[in-house]
Design a protein around this ligand. Structure first.
Ligand SMILES: [Fe+2]
Ligand SMILES: [Fe+2]
Length: 452
């Protein structure tokens, strides 16, 4: 805080008028001098030997002289009230200016950054911090949600070993803080930096959640960080946090869509390869959703997952050789065993992609039978994933109402009408199929919701 300038203060007309008014009302002469003995108000008549200090911010900034103690005391009290009020106004103005600067910085931040580019957000955060806080290093680190690994952005692996080690120590920190003596802080175990300022990056609107990352600035010299540095750093990081959180969400959504589109393209390619199953996945999805509409406790999100599982249920057939898959006659036992591997292949294709976590069971178990006589794991009853039980029925319904390479009319099997197929499959409730799924399908069928 700058020193209080008594001379400038007393030059103010309002202050001068007030002092003159006081002097007149008390019928006394006064003189105010600064610490250099310069007269700022009144005249020194030589007989003004009594004096009292004038203070501002707890420091003596001048003296008030007069002839009588009592009157001087009134004058000094009045002056000290005035300097106190002036100090307060200045502090408030400074605080308002600081708040304004902070707002401007944040506004700039939001304006300047591409809200979906995490690298760019981190880069801007680092530049903003570096422009305001004296630091040798500013790092932004995200914690990979799946692997738990720390990821420096925007550099990737560019951070020095010492900084990487400090980042590892910081991952267990909670609230924003300053450490101005890093070498004696047992949590850090470092000799490479002297001061550090830390702030967590928390997902928007969830301050109690574990941080999705953190930022820190450090110095190697003895320059300590101040409370104002921490305020600025914390505000900027928290602002960046909500943008980063949005960007991650956006990135995941884009990625999810890309991965799902890729899988659907794979299925479409498969169906092009095998003309007999053209449209099979689409129809199985449609029948599965019609069944789901008549089952209790299936919400919209479940239906989205079911739709995806149904659409991808035969994706594993890409692993079955053309010569087997496209064979126009009934397969041999070996060939049949190869076809029966497609649910496992499906699981293998989808298993490494997070986006498919919720649909794998529906794919893997769509050939299980309710009585345990299916494949690949001979699961029974409710041990079979509900999506798989639904898809199993939808799959069978489509299989017997459509020509297929290994169940074709010329092999002695007839393509059935929907009514005949329905009557035929109903008999397998409790053996092949989950009775509740069959009941749901029955209602959907009766209501005219099952159309080819
Ligand atoms: Fe299948
Ligand atoms: Fe199928």
């Amino acid at each position: 805080m700058t020193a209080f300038n008594l001379k400038k203060f007393i030059k103010d007309k309002e202050v001068k008028d007030l002092l003159a008014g006081l002097a007149t009302s008390m019928d006394e002469d006064f003189c105010v001098k600064d610490n250099d003995n310069e007269i700022l108000y009144g005249t020194d008549g030589g007989d003004m030997t009594n004096r009292l200090p004038v203070t501002a911010n707890g420091e003596t900034v001048g003296l008030v002289y007069g002839r009588n103690d009592k009157e001087i005391a009134v004058m000094a009290t009045c002056l000290n009230h005035l300097t106190g009020a002036e100090t307060l106004i200045r502090a408030q103005t400074a605080a308002r200016q600081a708040a304004w600067n902070e707002l401007t910085t944040i506004y700039d931040f939001v304006e300047q950054v591409n809200a979906f580019d995490i690298q760019q957000i981190a880069d801007l955060l680092i530049r903003k911090v570096s422009g305001k806080i004296e630091a040798d290093n500013v790092s932004v680190i995200l914690i990979n949600e799946k692997t738990g690994k720390l990821e420096f952005i925007p550099d990737g692996n560019g951070a020095a070993m010492s900084i990487t080690a400090i980042a590892e120590s910081l991952r267990s920190f909670g609230n924003a803080e300053i450490i101005n003596d890093c070498r004696s802080d047992s949590r850090l175990a470092t000799d490479s930096i002297s001061s550090l300022i830390y702030a967590p990056i928390k997902a928007k609107g969830n301050n109690n959640a574990k941080p999705i990352g953190f930022a820190f600035a450090s110095t190697t010299d003895t320059h300590p960080f101040s409370a104002a540095d921490l305020d600025f750093f914390r505000t900027l990081v928290s602002q960046a946090a909500s943008i980063i959180d949005n960007a991650i969400l956006h990135k995941n959504t884009v990625r999810k869509k890309a991965v799902i589109d890729m899988a659907k393209t794979l299925v479409a390619t498969l169906e092009k390869r095998d003309l007999y199953t053209a449209g099979h996945s689409r129809r199985v999805k449609k029948y599965s959703l019609a069944i789901a509409d008549y089952l209790k406790d299936i919400n919209t999100e479940d239906k989205d997952r079911l739709a995806l599982a149904a659409e991808l249920h035969d994706i594993g057939k890409v692993g079955v050789r053309d010569k087997v898959l496209l064979k126009p006659f009934k397969p041999t036992e070996d060939e049949w065993n190869e076809i029966k591997l497609h649910p496992i292949y499906g699981e293998e294709i989808l298993t490494h992609i997070d986006e498919f976590e919720d649909v794998i069971k529906g794919v893997k178990y769509h050939h299980e039978h309710f009585d345990g006589s299916g494949y690949p794991d001979k699961l029974k009853g409710s041990n079979i994933d509900l999506f798989a039980r639904i898809i199993a029925f939808a799959d069978a319904f489509d299989a017997i109402t459509t020509e297929r390479p290994y169940e074709r009319p010329f092999d002695g099997k007839k393509v059935l009408s929907p009514d005949d197929a329905f009557e035929r499959l109903k008999k397998d409730a409790g053996t092949h199929f989950d009775p509740e799924v069959v009941a749901a399908f029955t209602k959907a069928f009766t209501d005219g919701k099952i159309t080819a």
